[in-house]
Structures are given as structure tokens and as C-alpha cells.
Design a protein. Structure first.
Length: 123
């Protein structure tokens, strides 16, 4: 018995749908087990199609919600960048206020050091 936790491939599902419609055309199909009857087959086909429709709807809603969340993140980020610029312009790049919003004080940066050039070779 296979685990029923993984998705079936699209080709298998399509083949099952085609076979289901083909079984419906067989006039003298009478299975011994009730679970293999045409009615049960039709019921399970309808359930699968409904579930796939609901899944597609949920995916569309999820994508829309995700796009909305991304837009909100970018709006916050853009606003925060503007606020940081105003804090630096109002209080200065070396202020405690600038440090409190996550910026590094200008005085905390190391000053660039000159690179020592090696003396030229005497030939």
C-alpha cells in the first residue's frame, strides 16, 4: 500500500479522469464491490474536482494576500528610509538619535589608512 501523503502526478490524475469517463460509457459494467461502482466513481470524481477547484481558489487568494504583504513591507521600508534621512538631517550623522534607529554613528567608522607603497627596487 502506497503512502497517500504525496501528490499524484498530473499525468496520472488526467489518465484517471479519462478512464473514469470511459468506464461511464461501458454499459454492462457491474463490479462485485460497491466501492468500485459507477456511482462511487462519479462521486469520487466530483469530490476530486471540487477539491481541486477549492485549492485553486485558495492559491489565488494566497497569492493576492502575499502580494499585499509584500507591498506593505515595501511601503514600510520606503517610509523608514525617509525617516532615517530626516533623523540624520535633523540631528546629525553622529547623534544618539541616529544610532537609536539603527544607524552607525559617523565617529564610529574607522578612518581610512593610507596604503604604504613599497620602496622601488634599485637596480
Amino acid at each position: 500500500m502506497e503512502k497517500k501523503m504525496r501528490r499524484l502526478s498530473k499525468s496520472i490524475t488526467e489518465k484517471n479522469v479519462v478512464a473514469c469517463s470511459n468506464i461511464a460509457t461501458i454499459t454492462n459494467y457491474t463490479p462485485v464491490k460497491e466501492e468500485s461502482s459507477k456511482e462511487m466513481l462519479k462521486l469520487h470524481l466530483d469530490q476530486m474536482l471540487d477539491a481541486k477547484r477549492m485549492e485553486a481558489d485558495a492559491e489565488v487568494k494566497w497569492k493576492a494576500q502575499r502580494a499585499s504583504a509584500i507591498e506593505a513591507e515595501w511601503q514600510l521600508h520606503t517610509t523608514m528610509q525617509a525617516c532615517k534621512a530626516y533623523v540624520v538631517s535633523q540631528f546629525g550623522p553622529d547623534s544618539n538619535e541616529a544610532e537609536s534607529i539603527g544607524l552607525k554613528k559617523k565617529s564610529e567608522y574607522k578612518k581610512p589608512k593610507r596604503k604604504k607603497t613599497p620602496p622601488p627596487d634599485k637596480a
